[in-house]
Design a protein around this ligand. Structure first.
Ligand code: MG
Length: 164
């Protein structure tokens, strides 16, 4: 089994959609970024790449390239998952954490899991999404942006006898 860690931060900006885990969430502000700024999927992609020591999303999807302007992060996640498969691994499970003071995310976590599980090629039970505030402290607490953390485990496809 291989384990990867991901972390990302994006700043709030007016006039931008808020996309988290591929789900568009009604909010006063969205997140600033070259792509759709889906901070959760960015952290997840870095965890998947990290598990195979394949660098980070900046190496694979440089924001200097115009084709990633406004890119759907879920589309990029599909590319990362293809990379994982091509290396002979599959996702075992992921544990994702969103750090946000606003908006309240609990109503949207199930939709994020529904969207991400098939992209990752796992069941809903293999995708954990959690959300916390920062109790008013730090940049998240001051509502300047949203951070996300991710841990992913991968197992060799060859080990697929019985789904554990
Ligand atoms: Mg990012």
């Amino acid at each position: 089994m291989r384990v990867g860690l991901g972390f990302d931060v994006h700043r709030f900006a007016v006039g931008r959609p808020l996309v988290l885990g591929g789900v568009v969430i009604p909010a006063e502000k969205g997140l600033l970024g070259h792509s759709d700024a889906d901070v959760l999927v960015h952290a997840l992609m870095d965890a998947l790449l990290g598990a195979l020591a394949l660098g980070d999303i900046g190496d694979h999807f440089p924001d200097s390239e115009a084709r990633y302007q406004g890119a759907s992060s879920v589309k990029l996640l599909e590319e990362v998952c293809a990379l994982v498969r091509n290396r002979g691994y599959r996702v075992h499970n992921v544990d994702l954490m969103i750090l946000a003071e606003v908006p309240k995310l609990a109503p949207y976590k199930a939709a994020m899991i529904d969207l991400l599980a098939p992209v990752l090629g796992v069941t809903r039970e293999d995708v954990s999404i959690k959300a916390t505030t920062m109790e008013g402290m730090g940049f998240v607490g001051r509502k300047e942006g949203i951070a996300a953390q991710a841990v992913a485990t991968l197992v060799p496809i060859e080990a697929d006898g019985v789904k554990d």
